[in-house]
Design a protein around this ligand. Structure first.
Ligand SMILES: Nc1ncnc2c1ncn2[C@@H]1O[C@H](COP(=O)(O)OP(=O)(O)OP(=O)(O)O)[C@@H](O)[C@H]1O
Length: 312
């Protein structure tokens, strides 16, 4: 057992009838890390998060959570909290009553359980006495997060926590998760939003049809990735295009839909792109903007999952 790992999974397989939801999955998540699960619909993300929360047991493989092996009992391991498929709430109770009821279920006194503190953390103080029935999706997500925080988890497991959050709500929730991670809590979350994952996670695991196609630091994903498309804005578009065409390893992308005459789109590995930039500057052409057309995570996600779909 590795004390630094909040999650250690080896050879996890989970089937629902003929459907193989998870197929020989290995996963290491270090304590204090925010780890993202990403994958197309039906890739197995929720199934995996459900195993971490003790909502289901694997058919085979070994799972250790916070250093302890997980048995075949349906129960959340000590120190684990979170939700999949949206938080479970009592619609007729207020936000505060929901949290007090959860605290009472765990045998804690609602007055000292920290209800007001977690409501404040997720930004729901103003609506603490409103019934959950009237809450928007984003507010329900925040209340679910508050419920999880009430247990002071060491592993927080969240399925699509940004669903329904407006930009301010998202920023608020990101702040909460970052603070938790800084204090040593491990967060494992799924998302279809690459910008969320890039903003929050140090590491990601990409699942496709139940199999892990990548797991590791985001930076490694970018570095390992094939050629990416970049958009360049220069002081001399025509001359820049000619120079790019002559540079080894640079492929012009002539996409009519994206071409606006001013901007140049090229496909390249980073060393070839570096060479192009040096050559532009040497030729007296100013580079005003240089950005990937899609983020490295998005590009790698598409490439890796398309590859996997091809294998099926
Ligand atoms: N309780 C269940 N009974 C039958 N099949 C299930 C069950 N739960 C999941 N599956 C199947 O297992 C596979 C993985 O589903 P899962 O919900 O884990 O994927 P996901 O990556 O979370 O997808 P999404 O992004 O759409 O939420 C899918 O084919 C799904 O239909």
């Amino acid at each position: 057992m590795d004390a630094l790992l909040a999650v250690r999974a080896r050879g996890i397989t989970k089937c629902f009838g003929d459907v193989v939801a998870l197929d020989d999955v290995d996963l290491d998540v270090t304590q204090g890390q925010i780890h993202g699960l990403v994958g197309p619909n039906g890739a197995g993300k929720t199934t995996l998060l459900g195993l971490l929360l003790g909502l289901a047991v694997a058919d085979s493989g070994q799972l250790e959570i916070l250093g302890a092996p997980v048995g075949r009992v349906l129960a959340a391991a000590d120190g684990v909290a979170g939700f999949v498929d949206g938080p479970g709430l009592y619609p007729s109770l207020t936000a505060r009553q929901n949290l007090a009821a959860l605290a009472a279920l765990r045998g804690r006194d609602a007055r000292t359980a920290g209800v007001d503190d977690v409501l404040d953390q997720v930004g729901l103080t103003d609506v603490a006495d409103d019934r959950a029935r009237g809450f928007s999706l984003g507010m329900r997500q925040r209340l679910g997060l508050a419920a999880a925080l009430l247990t002071r988890p060491r592993l927080l497991v969240l399925d699509e926590p940004s669903n329904g959050l407006d930009p301010a709500g998202k920023k608020h929730v990101h702040g909460v998760l970052n603070r938790l991670a800084a204090d040593g809590t491990c967060v494992v979350l799924s998302s279809h939003r690459m910008d969320d994952l890039e903003a929050l996670c140090s590491d990601v695991t990409i699942l496709a049809t139940g199999r892990v196609v990548f797991s590791g630091p985001l930076g490694k994903l970018a570095a390992e990735n094939r050629e990416l498309e970049y958009r360049l804005l220069t002081s001399a578009p025509h001359a820049a295009r000619l120079l790019a065409a002559e540079t080894d390893g640079i492929h012009l992308v002539d996409d009519g839909a994206r071409r606006d005459g001013e901007r140049l789109v090229v496909r390249a590995l980073v060393p070839a792109l570096d060479e192009l930039v040096v050559r532009l500057v040497r030729a007296g052409i100013a580079l005003r903007e240089l950005a990937p057309v899609a983020s490295p995570l998005e590009a790698a996600f598409l490439a890796l999952t398309e590859q996997q779909e091809g294998v099926r």
